[in-house]
Design a protein around this ligand. Structure first.
Ligand code: FE2
Length: 226
């Protein structure tokens, strides 16, 4: 590890990532606002690391957390989105983003003066961040943290506001979005997607907040008109 590896300039990396997302058609506002979600994954990684109390490569995790979804900027929007939502085979194009992110991250980190060894470690996390459960064997603790943070970042306030943003982008009424929230079960908690016990505790906390928010807003549509 060289000196830059030991002290990554997270803010500079984030600003570069932000610029790339802001230059896209779909990832700078609305439900796919990656300037928000990249920030949330970065902060959630820090939260997990603090509560984990185990020696991990924090610099590698945090660098990867900011860059992990940058490959989305290279996906083809026509294959993912329609004016009313996602295309039927959006997932196929969506699944390409971890791999597409690797060369972008490599370029950014090389230009910033990071070592090859550091870049390889960061890129392993980026490339595998969507390989959940047994899709990849012997996950490093760093990968487990990033994967969990990626899921938890969508819980709590984020999980509450995202459906409203989706509604505003894809022509869904607020009443319908509130009803959607009332019926939606948070899959992060349900099907054991999280790797670490500490992540399960953090997720539980955030999902409780989400449920409270849904309960509060539900009273808004408690009306004899509906
Ligand atoms: Fe991703």
């Amino acid at each position: 590890m060289n000196l830059t590896d030991k002290n990554p300039n997270y803010k500079e990396i984030y600003n570069l990532v932000k610029d790339l997302f802001e230059a896209t058609e779909h990832f700078y506002h609305g439900p796919f606002d990656e300037t928000y979600y990249s920030l949330r994954v970065y902060e959630t990684c820090k939260e997990i690391i603090t509560e984990l109390e185990q020696e991990v490569s924090t610099v590698v995790i945090l660098t990867a957390s900011i860059l992990h979804d940058i490959g989305k900027t290279k996906t083809d929007p026509v294959k993912v989105f329609t004016p009313l939502g996602k295309t039927d085979d959006a997932m196929k194009e969506w699944k390409r983003h971890p791999k597409l992110g690797v060369p972008i991250a490599k370029k950014i980190l090389t230009e910033m003066g990071h070592s090859e060894e550091f870049i390889e470690k960061v890129c392993y996390l980026i490339e595998n961040h969507d390989n959940r459960r047994d899709e990849i064997k012997n996950k490093s603790i760093e990968l487990q943290i990033l994967q969990d943070a990626d899921l938890i970042a969508d819980c709590g306030f984020a999980g509450f506001i995202r459906p409203f943003l989706y509604g505003s982008k894809f022509s869904r009424q607020i009443i319908k979005t509130i009803k959607y929230l009332q019926t939606e079960i948070n899959r992060v908690e349900e099907d054991g997607l999280l790797n670490l016990n500490v992540s399960k505790t953090i997720a539980k906390r955030k999902i409780e907040l989400e449920k409270r928010l849904i309960k509060e807003i539900s009273s808004d549509i408690d009306s004899d008109l509906l």
